[in-house]
Design a protein around this ligand. Structure first.
Ligand code: ASP
Length: 592
């Protein structure tokens, strides 16, 4: 076999006259009378190959090739005949006139057509992932991913960060999800847990004196799969010593800004420096701790007007300690019954009892509740929401968390309907001052909002025993276009503070010893003040590659039902394996 001299994608008019050898996959073949054409494809693009019948053997072979055959072609690059250039193809000015065609490996008729981009059921794409990955879109996405990794490594290396790997087989590292566990053969009845993140490890690396660490780390969390979540996902795990929140923010902001320029220059950063808002502001104005800031339309509190209005549902909601908030949908006053019903259905699906609308039409304010309100009150709502003629107002009443969730989601829906969520705009922002703790009503105790290693704001620390819910954390999230892109915090680094935190979380001393003993022990041997962050790389790559679903930027993702359809995982193991692990299965339903 001769050697590949050029890639399929690189041939241009300047190559005319050169003899080249290309190797790749047959994209499509066309017979034109007595000529055979096929496009040869490799990672770098497509080249048109023409085979004339006067090249006897080559012609004979060319008539046999089919899509996805692996083929070597040697021939001369020639300008395409007058009028035959293809401006849509980077190599469209030339073709390779074949002298030799060799089939390196034939292919069965592929179950999905590589040259046609997608469209089939995702299950089919994942079952035949190696074929799906041949497609231009997937090749591009993984290329973007690679570029992101290279940029990050260069950026952090230039700032004296050191890349260190940490174990996959370890012990539970709580980040609020369920652990994946692996039975130990050497230690019957004992299990490793796969890390939910390298959180404690990176903190120990700070105790170990590395000062600036990063790792492109795989994290494992046994939780429901969604468009932005997989069982295993990749984080850029970062930790630094002797830093404050501002240092982490500057580092990451510089990195993201540089990344967009280097990897997705067609995207526009909406604001730089990234705007900052507190968690309380984000929840109040956008009903979300990961607001989409590509557009305004903030939520507006109208509880005071609602409390005194004639509409009983509003009055009662406020009297019961709830809220009434509203959202302006510019230019939507003409929405039809059907469109309004769609919005109401969405609101109800998220827990709202109903959705009140007011439309500022030419002939006055139309609303199903208008009959309960006097003109003055209607005007108060309109003025407070800064509505203009032609606008539609959407109002929700009830318990504040629900109101935030429903209106936050409606805001995104309105943004979508009005085309305000431009994929080429990146609205990064920082959300700061998260609460340290979150009340777990089911179990009647406080949970860490971020994780138990996050420190409290020094000025709030005195509230830990008296009013834990009011304590703000030294924690920060970076968000973009409605996605959480990463979160981090300044950590607790003194043993006594960490033990106090575990007490607030109601974790008994023996469990602290068993699960976190190594960490609090380390804090006694000179732990520096430290903090860090962990941006999610799957989401970052998806945004830069214009994908909505992280599965499109992961080579071999799992389905939403947690399966790998190519390998058929998960799968049973043999009885011998089970015996070795001292495991007896007790399945009520199942295959064994
Ligand atoms: N370990 C955290 C997480 O996985 C990130 C951090 O605090 O650095 O969300």
């Amino acid at each position: 076999m001769s050697k590949k001299t050029h890639t399929c994608g690189e041939l241009r008019a300047a190559h005319a006259g050169q003899t080249v050898t290309l190797m790749g996959w047959v994209n499509r073949r066309r017979d034109h009378g007595n000529l055979v054409f096929f496009d040869l494809r490799d990672r770098w693009g497509l080249a048109q190959v023409t085979v004339n019948p006067d090249q006897d053997t080559a012609y004979q072979t060319a008539t046999e090739v089919r899509p996805e055959y692996v083929v070597a072609v040697t021939g001369i690059v020639q300008p395409r005949p007058e009028g035959m250039a293809n401006p849509d193809m980077p190599t469209g000015d030339v073709e390779v006139v074949a002298q030799a065609v060799e089939i390196l490996n034939p292919a069965k008729t592929p179950p999905i057509y590589v040259h046609m981009d997608g469209g089939e059921d995702e299950a089919l794409r994942l079952r035949w992932r190696y074929l799906d990955l041949r497609r231009q879109r997937m090749q591009h996405n993984l290329q973007v991913r690679h570029r992101v990794y290279q940029f990050i490594r260069g950026y952090l290396d230039a700032r004296d960060f050191i890349e260190i790997e940490t174990p996959i087989l370890l012990k539970s590292t709580p980040e609020g999800a369920r652990d994946f566990v692996v039975p130990s053969r050497f230690h019957p009845g004992k299990f490793y847990a796969l890390p939910q993140s390298p959180q404690q490890l990176k903190q120990l690396l700070m105790v170990a004196g590395f000062e600036r660490y990063y790792q492109i780390a795989r994290c494992f969390r046994d939780e429901a799969i969604r468009a932005d979540r997989q069982l295993e996902f990749t984080q850029l795990d970062i930790e630094m010593s002797f830093v404050e929140q501002e240092d982490v923010i500057q580092l990451v902001e510089g990195m993201f800004t540089g990344l967009v320029g280097a990897v997705a220059p067609h995207k526009r950063l909406l604001s730089s420096p990234f705007p900052r808002l507190t968690y309380a502001e984000a929840m109040d104005r956008y009903g979300s701790d990961k607001p989409d800031l590509r557009f305004g339309l903030p939520l507006v509190n109208v509880s005071d007007i609602a409390a005194e209005c004639g509409f009983r549902v509003f009055v009662e909601a406020v009297a019961a300690g709830g809220q009434v908030k509203g959202l302006r949908a510019p230019g939507c006053a003409g929405y039809t019954r059907k469109q309004l019903d769609e919005l109401e259905t969405l609101a109800k699906s998220l827990g709202a009892r109903g959705l009140v609308w007011m439309a500022l039409r030419e002939d006055g304010v139309k609303s199903p509740v208008a009959k309960f309100l006097d003109d003055g009150t209607l005007t108060d709502f309109v003025l407070r929401l800064e509505a203009e003629p032609g606008d539609l107002l959407l109002l929700v009443a009830g318990e504040p968390d629900m109101v935030a969730q429903v209106l936050g989601r409606l805001r995104l829906e309105v943004g979508d309907r009005l085309g305000l969520r431009d994929p080429d705009v990146l609205a990064f922002a920082w959300v700061l001052d998260f609460p340290l703790l979150e009340w777990n009503a089911e179990e009647g105790r406080w949970d860490a909002k971020h994780h138990p290693f996050t420190s409290a704001k020094p000025e709030d620390a005195h509230l830990l025993d008296t009013d834990p819910g009011a304590v703000r954390a030294n924690a920060y999230d970076v968000v973009c276009n409605g996605w959480e892109m990463g979160g981090g915090s300044i950590r607790i680094h003194r043993r006594a503070d960490q033990e106090r935190m575990f007490r607030v979380l109601g974790i008994p001393d023996d469990r602290v010893q068993a699960e976190f003993g190594h960490l609090i022990e380390a804090f006694q041997y000179g732990a520096p003040p430290h903090g860090g962050i962990a941006p999610g790389l799957d989401r970052l790559v998806a945004i830069l590659a214009d994908e909505d679903d992280i599965r499109e930027v992961i080579a071999f993702p799992k389905t939403t039902t947690a399966q790998d359809l190519l390998f058929g995982a998960p799968s049973p193991i043999t009885d011998a394996q089970l015996r070795e692990l001292h495991i007896k299965l007790d399945l009520e339903t199942g295959e064994r």
